[in-house]
Design a binder for this molecule. Structure first.
Ligand SMILES: [Zn+2]
Length: 124
């Protein structure tokens, strides 16, 4: 799914993305000439690898996703993560992919290892 930057004017534009088990729902709001803000909730089940035992498991990801989406290069500093697009439109497939990738690269622990870690914490 792609949304042209030109389509996002003063009024927020609804986003309802759902593909390959990833849902991004919310709205896009114009900030200035170059950038818009995504206010959304991200929802997916991501196949991740446990950092402790190496087991693959499914992680339920469900959290608010706020991003600045920039039409071209973005130079100003912002507290919110910025994603730059260089084709004049917002590519939600790319956005979903980059979010899933960052979840996979996180430090993930499967439920057994999480329990084991909690036990260790109790013992010490
Ligand atoms: Zn594990």
């Amino acid at each position: 799914m792609q949304i042209s930057f030109l389509k996002i004017k003063q009024a927020p534009v609804d986003v309802n993305y759902s593909k390959d088990g990833v849902e991004i729902k919310g709205s896009l709001e114009r900030i200035d000439r170059e950038s818009v803000k995504l206010n959304s909730s991200f929802n997916s089940e991501v196949e991740v690898v446990c950092n402790r035992c190496g087991k693959e498991y499914k992680l339920k990801a469900d959290y608010p996703l706020e991003l600045i989406l920039s039409d071209g290069g973005y130079n100003a500093k912002n507290e919110i993560d910025v994603i730059e697009f260089f084709g004049g439109s917002i590519d939600f497939d790319y956005l979903a992919f980059s979010e899933v990738t960052s979840i996979k690269e996180d430090y993930n622990l499967c439920s057994e290892c999480q329990d084991a870690t909690e036990l260790l914490e109790v013992e010490f």
